[in-house]
Design a binder for this molecule. Structure first.
Ligand code: ZN
Length: 243
């Protein structure tokens, strides 16, 4: 099966649309959370996600917050301002859809999927080899796909030496997976690795190939909508610069 793996869409409808077009035909789509937060299009983005066939979707910290399951004041001022806006404009139906989704780690065949980390599904960022190493003890599958950091990367555990290596992987490379790895497809709507193109990955369940990919989209159109909605200027600037 050819699986589209997406994460951290962050209410960026245009970026998600570009990814869905760029990915081509897939058998299933796995979404690792943070559909809302930061961007200008919470309803359109949730609705586009809901239309994706054969979708498995878990919630991220921004989704959990907007549905009232954690207080908004755990976020910094600018992120919170956008979440307050999303809370106000999201339709009851879209809110109910978000509330219906799980936020805990799920096992799908040989992969575990989670937003933050296996030991702290909503909040922990896996940014270095130490946190990756600790998290290898918290899932049992050969690989785990995580989001949250918005960085396209791979942590490989060498089971002989018990050491973890952080491998930067770039769009266009085909990585053949071998046990055990933690992979991040990057962020669709707000990449943070200085490449502003929407990030995602294709996972092949038979050949065990992980293919990180990027899709260009019309960033200035999204910036315009961020400004029209009166959302923080920082969120408009960062999507053009990739941070
Ligand atoms: Zn996020």
């Amino acid at each position: 099966m050819r699986i589209l793996v997406i994460s951290d869409i962050h209410a960026n409808y245009t970026a998600l649309e570009a990814v869905l077009n760029d990915a081509g035909t897939v058998d299933e789509t796995w979404c690792l959370g943070d559909i809302v937060g930061y961007g200008p299009d919470p309803n359109a983005t949730v609705e586009l996600v809901r239309e994706i066939p054969n979708l498995t979707c878990i919630l991220g910290n921004h989704d959990v917050a907007v549905t009232g399951q954690i207080p908004l004041d755990v976020f910094n001022g600018e992120a919170r301002r956008t979440l307050e806006y999303h809370e106000k404009v999201l339709t009851a139906d879209n809110m109910d859809y978000l509330r219906s989704l799980p936020s805990n780690l799920m096992v799908l065949g040989e992969a575990s999927i989670v937003h933050g980390s296996p030991r702290d599904s909503v909040w922990e960022y896996i940014l270095n080899t130490l946190s990756a190493r600790l998290n290898f003890d918290h899932f049992t599958t050969p690989w785990c796909f995580v989001g949250h950091s918005h960085l396209q990367c791979m942590f490989q555990l060498d089971t002989q030496t018990d050491r973890v290596h952080l491998t930067p992987i770039r769009a266009g490379e085909h990585v053949i997976l071998r046990p055990r790895v933690i992979l991040n497809p990057g962020s669709v709507g707000q990449p943070r690795d200085r490449d502003p193109r929407a990030a995602y990955a294709i996972y092949d369940t038979e050949s065990y190939v992980w293919e990180p990919r990027r899709a260009a989209y019309n960033i200035s159109e999204v910036q315009k909508r961020i400004r029209e909605a009166g959302l923080p200027e920082k969120h408009a600037i960062r999507i053009a610069e990739g941070w």
